[in-house]
Write a protein that binds this ligand. Sequence first.
Ligand SMILES: Cc1cc2nc3c(=O)[nH]c(=O)nc-3n(C[C@H](O)[C@H](O)[C@H](O)COP(=O)(O)OP(=O)(O)OC[C@H]3O[C@@H](n4cnc5c(N)ncnc54)[C@H](O)[C@@H]3O)c2cc1C
Length: 547
Amino acid sequence: MTVPHTADVLVIGGGATGAGVVRDLARRGLRALLVERGDYGTGTTGRYHGLLHSGGRYVQKDQVAARECIEENRVLRRIAPASIEDTGGFFVATPDDPDEYVEAFAANCEASGVDCDEVDVPTLLEHEPALDRRIRRAFRVPDGSIEPWQLIESTLADARLHGSDAASYQRVIGFEVTAGRITAAVLRDERTRSETKVWTQFVVSAAGAWAGQIAAFAGVDVEMTPGKGTMLIYNHRMTDAVINRCHKSSDGDIMVPVHTVAILGTTDIKVADPDDYDITREEVAQLVDEGAKLFPDLPRMRILRAYAGVRPLYKPPAADAAGGNRSITRAHVILDHADQGVENFVSVVGGKLTTHRLMAEQTVDVVAAKLGVTARCTTAEEPLPDQHGGATYWLGHRLAEIEQRGGGDADLLCECELVTRPMAETYLDEHWPCTIDDVRRGTRVGMGPCQGAFCTFRVAGLVAERLDASAGDGPADRAEHAAIADRALGAFLRERFKGTRPIAHGRQLQELLMTNGIYTGVLGLDSMAPAVGPSPVTAPEAVDAAR
Ligand SMILES: Cc1cc2nc3c(=O)[nH]c(=O)nc-3n(C[C@H](O)[C@H](O)[C@H](O)COP(=O)(O)OP(=O)(O)OC[C@H]3O[C@@H](n4cnc5c(N)ncnc54)[C@H](O)[C@@H]3O)c2cc1C
């Protein structure tokens, strides 16, 4: 899209929070523009654990957060059911969990408004046979799992329906500030490297862990203490419900079933730079050890890959960091930078994906008051577009759709996630130009148990075909396009490979070395070292640049 040069409000950051903010602004009649430096949902929102919190996690230490979670959990089930799998959840007491915590759990849930009922342990073990047989008590709560990219896509669609817009691959690199007001933001297009300006009346930073960097462009201080959380993806759903340990929050104590896999998390380690961190083997080992207290066979189950996201933790000026990152508030904070001399600039930091809509509502309340807009917030009542008649997501839905069309040759690209060629082509039609990783986020291609062993190459083929169609298809063009598709493929495989290195040992390490040999020796990729810089975009601009 061509980026508009003016907007009533410029929203920075295309995660769940920024998407929620632009939707709310649009519904209140403001013409907003959201800009994101990469694809939507490539910050923390696309690298989180996948849990639609019931609030149970917070009932003991933060009843306000618990109440917000359960209320927003109900709102999201109403407005965004297509992004939610209603897995349900359990808090289970292992022999290691303290009696006082377990005894008080149901009463704390009641005090925070979180629905909770104690269930019979043998019955639970019948339904969840992989759980430790020594579980002592179990409480059912309305946890779920929630798909971030589909949520953002529908949220932005609603914003567009109401006259606002969003642009991806647009990085904010500076502001123009005159007499205590931001008058314009300078953007750099990450595909073409061209720069442009957007003039605006107001700026909202929803840049998560990067909020400090954005604030600095306006000469404002926002101190973030990004906390890295690592998670492990297992190759099957050893549980159908979310399983949490019934104890004070710690590492490796939640398993979330997400589509065809299950994810164990997390850790919480302070990092200096939200763009530069490693996942260590020690973290992986620690997660497996802790997770085995819930699922004793975990050390023998196959991990597909590790990944990490960075919590947007905000450190208020007076905060004492002595307690480490787990002691810093998970609550969200809206910072009005008029206090620091910039009148038309707010940042929204912290919080959870589950509470993103509420964060957006409260942020837009501040913006609307400053701009003299009186329209009230409607985002909790009105469903997002494309909600499939209000039904929540269920794992079998793609198979059911294929069978409805008569089954047979379904033209599958990705056997694990049942992504068909028409689905990938529709995504490419709607989002071109894009990377293979963008297609992954949009369709889940390559996210299942085989982690893209076959489908990745098929998508690279589609990309090359599309380049031929959009930029000439003489023999020289086709060779050029194949080379671009290869580079995109290499970037994609290296990114995937990054997540398998920390988990590889024994037989899996041997397999990994063999895969590496196939990619570098047979397929001619130069190296499987992690990619430096952004993944190449398979765009017509890239074709021009290559000429
Ligand atoms: C390990 C982990 C597990 C979690 N698990 C859960 C969970 O299970 N359930 C839950 O509810 N919450 C969970 N959370 C919290 C939740 O993921 C985050 O609070 C939420 O996703 C933050 O969304 P956001 O939109 O505020 O930030 P982000 O998603 O990080 O969005 C900020 C965006 O700003 C963009 N940006 C940065 N700089 C610029 C720039 N210069 N120009 C343009 N754009 C820029 C970034 O690319 C990014 O996309 C978890 C967090 C972590 C780290």
